[in-house]
Write a protein that binds this ligand. Structure first.
Ligand SMILES: [Fe+2]
Length: 267
């Protein structure tokens, strides 16, 4: 283990904020748990150097004001934050709204010996993900040009199976293109995503694959059909070292929110 201070990232994902900040999703006021998770970040893995938000920032009523509310809340942490859209977002409104300030939809960020690239896996009016040719080409050009940087790639949808049949039907339909590509570039160390509202850690060809609990409701791992999990909202931390080594874990709120409606049968 090296003694240097690692570059620390926090991943937050799937806040599902509503235009009405008192609005509920599966019984839960998503604005409240989102703010509680931000508070938990401050109390535990803070300060950090970068926050990555992997989509579903809003729920089903995407509006500029909701993205602004998200940005205002995250900005209070004072940390550079980069955001990529999910299937519940309106990618155009998200990118248009998050253009200036600390919280932006920038695709590429470099710090020390690491670089971060955000793919947009969202497809307008579709639940599943897809990586457009342009996204893949842009990523490959970058990887070719920057072999000296350890690379973390983030997106909303999952590029590999997470072992939940109902969720695997809405992953990235051409995720194998990404997985095949990164095999050629050993500087790719981590691929991470949201969408699946659960803790997931795996590895393929020495690339760490991670997914993260939502800041609102959780989906139970290894299920055939939609199933909510009785676990509190949370976030992921990643400590990245100059030699390419990474450590990661999740932190959850102490309590399961009492108002979750467990009779919810889909979303
Ligand atoms: Fe989500």
């Amino acid at each position: 283990m090296t003694q240097e201070r690692p570059f620390r990232i926090i991943q937050i994902t799937d806040p599902h904020l509503l235009a009405d900040q008192k609005g509920v999703f599966a019984g839960l006021t998503t604005q409240n748990t989102f703010e509680q998770v931000l508070k938990k970040i401050k109390e535990t893995y803070f300060p950090c150097d970068l926050i990555i938000a992997t989509g579903d920032i809003v729920h089903n009523d995407a509006a500029e004001q909701t993205y602004k509310r998200f940005a205002d809340a995250v900005s209070k942490l004072g940390i550079k934050t980069i955001v990529t859209p999910g299937n519940h977002d309106d990618a155009e409104i998200l990118k248009k709204t998050l253009r200036n300030g600390l919280v932006t939809a920038d695709k590429h960020y470099t710090a020390g010996k690491w670089q971060f690239f955000l793919l947009d896996s969202s497809v307008k009016n579709a639940v599943n993900g897809h990586l457009k040719e342009q996204e893949l080409t842009e990523l490959e050009e970058l990887l070719k040009k920057t072999p000296e940087y350890h690379t973390l790639i983030a997106m909303h949808h999952h590029p590999v199976s997470v072992g939940c049949r109902w969720l695997d039907m809405s992953g990235i339909d051409n995720g194998s293109r990404l997985m095949d590509m990164v095999e050629k570039y050993p500087n790719v160390k981590i691929i991470m995503w949201g969408h699946v509202h659960q803790d997931f850690v795996s590895e393929k060809n020495k690339v760490n694959l991670v997914a993260t609990p939502s800041t609102c409701i959780q989906f139970k791992p290894k299920q055939v059909d939609f199933c909510l999990d009785r676990l509190p909202p949370g976030f992921r931390w990643l400590d990245l070292y100059n030699n390419g080594h990474a450590e990661t874990g999740i932190v959850r709120l102490d309590e399961l929110p009492t108002e979750i409606d467990f009779s919810t049968s889909g979303y």
